[in-house]
Design a protein around this ligand. Structure first.
Ligand code: SF4
Ligand code: SF4
Length: 260
């Protein structure tokens, strides 16, 4: 934005402090200085980083008629809206996974948004990525933005009927097969290596594991990963809460003694 000579204001709003909990953040762009300091309640554009959030009505609440709804989704997602909007979707998870080996969809979504919104030019986005990312990561992130620019699809979406609205967005079966993985991973913050807090270790029984991925999404710390060899847990940051063991449908994880 700034590189295109605009004024911008961005700030997040957190709910429960838990990895994977919904987070909302706001962005205002104007040619004039921005003096307003309140959340955006009637957005021109809503960018949804995780399509499962569309099950919550408040995700698209307030979007203006004719506004833009951009979703990170592998295919056109079912959406219930009360006003007609322009909907766009792109498989930013897949793009980022193919480039980074991890699902970090941010710059892919940036490229898609740049294409469909048109407020900020592609050159400005790429210059900003070069400026803010370490040199070794910048080019891949620019490539992610370019691929999403090419891949994003757009459709006009009519306001949903009253019966659709009553039914809600229940047609989310396709997401059952789509792994929603934490998009950020732990690092050493002010609290240090939080694994030292643990009073029990999660122990995975690889023979029992059916690779459903539930523990990956349930871990509030984002320290469980699914690799080719099966489930791995980064004990440097695992706090030993035991949620993964509770969520495992086949009891393939148990809480064991620390270091046993
Ligand atoms: S015990 Fe399981 S759910 Fe809890 S932090 Fe460790 S890996 Fe994550
Ligand atoms: S929840 Fe249990 S079965 Fe599913 S991937 Fe994790 S350990 Fe394996």
């Amino acid at each position: 934005m700034l590189k295109d000579g605009k004024n911008a204001q961005a700030f997040p709003e957190f709910g429960p402090e838990r990895r994977g909990a919904p987070v909302r953040s706001y962005l205002r762009i104007d040619d004039q200085p921005i003096l307003l300091r309140t959340p955006v309640t009637a957005p021109d554009t809503v960018v949804v980083m995780d399509a499962t959030l569309l099950e919550r009505r408040d995700t698209v609440l307030g979007i203006k008629p004719g506004g833009l709804l951009l979703v990170n989704a592998p295919e056109r997602p079912p959406v219930v809206v009360s006003v007609p909007v322009r909907m766009a979707w792109v498989d930013a998870m897949r793009i980022s996974a193919s480039l980074f080996g991890k699902q970090i969809p941010n710059t892919a979504m940036l490229g898609a948004w740049c294409r469909v919104d048109g407020i900020v030019g592609q050159a400005a986005i790429e210059a900003a990525i070069r400026e803010w990312f370490p040199a070794k990561h910048a080019e891949k992130n620019i490539e992610a933005a370019r691929r999403a620019w090419d891949a994003v699809e757009v459709a006009e979406l009519e306001a949903s009927s009253a019966s659709d609205t009553a039914k809600g967005s229940s047609a989310f079966a396709f997401l059952d097969d789509y792994p929603i993985i934490a998009t950020a991973f732990p690092g050493e913050g002010g609290a240090g290596r939080t694994g030292s807090w643990r009073i029990s270790d999660p122990v995975v029984d690889a023979q029992r594991c059916v690779r459903c991925g539930r523990c990956v999404t349930a871990c509030p710390e984002g320290v469980v990963a699914m690799t080719e060899d099966g489930v791995t847990i980064d004990l440097t940051y695992c706090k030993g809460c035991g949620i993964c063991a509770v969520e495992c449908p086949v009891q393939a994880i148990r809480s064991g003694e620390v270091g046993a």
